[in-house]
Write a protein that binds this ligand. Structure first.
Ligand code: BTN
Length: 252
């Protein structure tokens, strides 16, 4: 598999970098086309949420991928994104992070990065628009989320240089994307994800998906990245979508 080098287009302001990459993908853009914006005026998160994106406060980045692996393994693309951000924040900022299933990056149990992968139908076939938002400063998230969100600047001992984070992220994505598409690559990505996530095994969590709420202990991942959850009575549920929160055992 030939590794690609992300080809980055820079914008002052966009509604959403994911929308811009989807627009360029529909026009036939090549894999690796990437977009970064200083601000987003209509940034989007998972589950139709808004991703607040003030000027200069975050890294708002999207990249076009045309994966060659089986479609049922495409959920793992968000895993390589999470691993790549984890690599990049360690390399560029000396910051250790945790990955919460499916793909939030946490630092000190607060969210520092979100990932949104969307499928785009294009003339060259089905593609993926992979969007990554990293909180670089505390202006990136609303004050009322301070207990649940955090930024690189608040935790890193080094000054945060956005270009260094971007360069490290580009390198990591290139490496991990080609790793995933090699023989045995998807199993390797799952193993590496398990090694970087405290949520993969043995964590008591509550999973909310619409009206359905399940509580149980995490028991690893399926081959396509679905979360295995052991509920009361020992039954294993397979979770393919939802919000996960850690449940703290009550003190006696
Ligand atoms: C989430 O945690 O809900 C995912 C957030 C993803 C935000 C990024 S910022 C760059 C890209 N453009 C968007 O509109 N969203 C993603």
């Amino acid at each position: 598999m030939n590794p690609f080098k992300p080809k980055i287009r820079r914008y002052e302001s966009l509604p959403s970098t994911n929308n811009e990459v989807a627009r360029l993908a529909a026009l036939g853009a090549a894999e690796g086309l990437a977009v970064i914006a200083e601000e987003q005026t209509a940034g989007r998160g998972r589950l139709q949420r808004t991703w607040i994106s003030p000027k200069g406060a975050g890294l708002y980045f999207s990249i076009l991928l045309r994966p060659q692996i089986l479609v049922d393994r495409w959920p793992l693309i968000t895993f390589i994104a999470a691993l790549s951000v984890s690599d990049a924040l360690l390399e560029a900022c000396g910051l250790h992070t945790d990955i919460k299933w499916p793909n939030d990056l946490l630092a000190g149990e607060r969210k520092i990065c979100g990932i949104l992968a969307e499928v785009a139908e294009t003339e060259l076939g089905r593609a993926v628009v992979l969007g990554i938002g990293i909180n670089l400063t505390s202006e990136a998230y609303p004050k009322e989320l301070a207990g649940r969100a955090v930024s690189v600047a608040e935790l890193s001992l080094r000054p945060v240089v956005r270009e260094q984070v971007l360069a490290a992220l580009s390198r990591a994505l290139t490496r991990r994307y080609s790793q995933m598409q090699e023989p045995g690559g998807t199993s390797l990505i799952i193993a590496e994800w398990m090694g970087r996530s405290s949520y993969g095994e043995g964590k008591l969590v509550r999973v909310t998906n619409g009206d359905e709420i399940l509580t149980g202990v995490t028991r690893g991942l399926e081959n396509d990245g679905a979360l295995r959850l052991e509920i009361e009575g020992g039954e294993i549920k397979t979770i393919r979508a939802g919000d996960v929160v850690q449940v703290r055992a009550e003190k006696e």
